[in-house]
Design a protein around this ligand. Structure first.
Ligand code: HEC
Length: 428
């Protein structure tokens, strides 16, 4: 039996399934209509179907489905034609003194046995349901993240335990005049008071860059908050400093949008910046938190989060990794709600809105991929192998997008979005 219930096909396939499903639904309707009222084995002389319609339908319904207030149970069973006809002759119609004659009972028994009563008849009338499903919104997002994240050039962080930290003495606008210290900080929740973070750093002017990744334990909306009386910027899930080592000054802000921007401090007043992002669980997201003190009286900085269904707290060390990772592509296009049954998300309704959403999402994803082509192909405009690299990237991308889930070796990561820092499907 056809079943796409577990189909892992990706974007473009989904569309063809939608079209296929439309066509097949029509086909099926025709089949089931035509088999519905046929099939009765007729007794030679008596028309069992007619007897049924005349004497039985009012209580049992045209197809034995039952009639409310009369006999609301279905007339389905496993009795043989013989025992059915004896039963009918003895007891039916229920409300009449005069029961069905044995020969009529035999004819009507044969009719209903063949039309809907027997398991065989029912199987014929209701062939096992052919159900198509498309990706749910979440599955779609997971698939896209897998698809773009599956390239050799894309990195995921695996180890947790904090962020890598570089401490600098600064001077004027130069926020990284001299690196004084490098270490791993398990969390970012510091109150330096009026002093310096470490000996050898000028208490008056210093800066810190925390680098690494955030490991999202589950899928959902995360809020982040940075609190400081000084200057701070949080870059999140963007390809950080690709080929740019001088990333701790203002030049970066022009190139990449910060998720939280508290760069301009005001007279040492403590300020908090908040932002919310949707993250897929089990993946890592690059982040950098830039911080500097410039002549304010005190220095402090706190990096907190509120994970889905959680409470505000300092981002814990086990959700932070000192390793860098590449950004994860998260589709932002809004989708219509998925259908659901007994608590499970299902993707069976293929509406116009859904179709439009996948089209918009495809455009969004394509735009993101194009913007990151250098990174994804490890080439740039000047590379001599640029054309070749682009070509092979396109082939690879299309192959993955259309990959047949029944291929041996197709091992997609779990898309339940539960928390596991599973390594990604390795690119070939
Ligand atoms: C007035 C309503 C009424 C009419 C008319 C009627 N039935 Fe029934 N039928 C019932 C009811 C009520 C039962 C359930 C009886 C019971 O459980 O004791 C039943 C039970 C049956 C059963 C047994 C189902 C089983 O699972 O064992 C058969 C077979 C049946 N009817 C066939 C017929 C046939 C054939 C006719 C027409 C000749 C007919 N009935 C006409 C009300 C009706």
């Amino acid at each position: 039996m056809l079943s796409f219930g577990r189909c892992r096909a990706r974007i473009p396939i989904v569309k063809s399934i939608a079209i296929l499903a439309g066509g097949l639904a029509l086909g099926l309707a025709v089949v089931s209509c035509s088999s519905r009222d046929g099939g009765g084995v007729q007794a030679a002389s008596l028309d069992g179907g007619r007897i049924y319609r005349e004497q039985c339908v009012r209580c049992h319904g045209a197809n034995g489905e039952g009639v409310a207030g009369k006999h609301d149970e279905t007339l389905y069973g496993e009795k043989s034609v013989e025992s059915l006809s004896r039963l009918i002759a003895r007891t039916m119609p229920e409300d009449r003194e005069q029961k069905t004659r044995p020969d009529e009972a035999r004819a009507v028994a044969e009719y209903l046995h063949g039309a809907f009563y027997s398991p065989e008849a029912r199987a014929r009338n209701h062939p096992a349901k052919v159900e198509f499903s498309r990706l749910t919104h979440r599955q779609y997002r997971e698939s896209i993240a897998d698809l773009v994240g599956g390239f050799r050039t894309v990195r995921q962080a695996t180890r947790s335990g904090g962020l890598s930290a570089e401490y600098f003495s600064s001077e004027g606008m130069n926020k990284k005049k001299a690196k004084a210290l490098e270490r791993t900080d398990r969390t970012v929740a510091f109150d330096f008071g009026e002093g310096a973070p470490e000996k050898g750093i000028v208490a008056d002017q210093f800066s810190v860059a925390w680098n690494g990744s955030l490991l999202a334990p589950r899928t959902g909306a995360y809020s982040f908050r940075v609190t400081t009386p000084n200057g701070a910027r949080l870059y999140f899930n963007t390809d950080l400093a690709a080929g740019d080592n001088n990333s701790r000054d203002d030049s970066d802000a022009r190139r990449q949008a910060a998720l939280i921007d508290l760069w301009v401090s005001s007279e040492g007043t403590v300020r908090a910046g908040e932002a919310e992002v949707f993250l897929l669980g089990g993946r890592s997201y690059p982040l950098r938190l830039d911080f500097f003190k410039f002549k304010e009286k005190t220095a402090s900085v706190k990096f907190e989060w509120k994970p889905p269904h959680g409470v505000w707290q300092v981002v814990p060390a086990d959700a932070l990794s000192p390793e860098r990772s590449s950004m994860t592509t998260i589709v932002g296009t809004p989708f219509p709600p998925d259908d659901s049954s007994v608590g499970y998300e299902r993707g069976t309704s293929i509406s116009k809105a859904w179709h439009e959403a996948t089209t918009k999402a495809a455009v969004e994803v394509a735009g993101g991929v194009v913007a990151r082509l250098d990174l994804l192909t490890r080439t740039d405009r000047r590379s001599t192998n640029r054309v070749e690299a682009l070509r092979s990237f396109c082939t690879d991308f299309a192959e993955r997008a259309f990959e047949d889930p029944s291929t041996p070796g197709f091992a997609p990561r779990s898309w339940t979005g539960t928390s596991r820092m599973a390594p990604h499907r390795r690119p070939r």
